[in-house]
Ligand binder design. Structure first.
Ligand code: ATP
Ligand code: MG
Length: 140
């Protein structure tokens, strides 16, 4: 069993596809173990995406991630990290496979509807960024 963090980004909550995103994970055997809606400050978004701080799109990305509510969820399942990223599709929706979340809902490479952790280390950092032990222990 593996854990990962996913986010319905501000464009996803604006597009009213929270349930759609969640449903695609659930249908693929991924369990939700913690879930909440929050609105990040610019500083919160900078902390979350700290690994990208040198990238040219960092300012724009953190403006976007703090412009409206997001839904953060800790997920669990077999190969959850890779499976969630497969269900999400490529970062750029123009390159995303048919039937993926980003192919179906993303507007562009930045406003791409959904986030998923990319490694066990980032999953642990990201889950702990949003959820405390009390919230996570409800699952097991
Ligand atoms: P995420 O980490 O959100 O799951 P990802 O792992 O597919 O997405 P990353 O390379 O980690 O992609 O980039 C993080 C996020 O930064 C992307 O999801 C997207 O919102 C934004 N982003 C990535 N590349 C660009 C770009 N060239 N221009 C603008 N925004 C970008
Ligand atoms: Mg990433």
């Amino acid at each position: 069993m593996e854990r990962t963090l996913s986010i319905v980004k501000p464009d996803g909550t604006e597009k009213n596809v929270i349930g759609e995103v969640l449903g695609r994970f659930e249908k693929n055997g991924i369990n939700v173990i913690a879930l909440k809606m929050v609105k990040l400050t610019k500083e919160d978004a900078e902390g979350f995406y700290a690994v990208h701080r040198e990238r040219p799109f960092f300012g724009s990305l953190t403006d976007f991630m703090s412009r409206g509510p997001i839904v953060v969820m800790a997920l669990e399942g077999e190969n959850a990290i890779a499976k969630v990223r497969e269900i999400m599709g490529a970062t750029n929706p123009e390159e995303a496979a048919e039937g993926t979340i980003r192919k179906d809902f993303a507007s562009n490479i930045e406003e791409n509807t959904v986030h998923g952790s990319d490694s066990p280390e980032s999953a642990e950092y990201e889950i702990n960024y949003f959820f405390n032990a009390l919230e996570l222990n409800g699952a097991s």
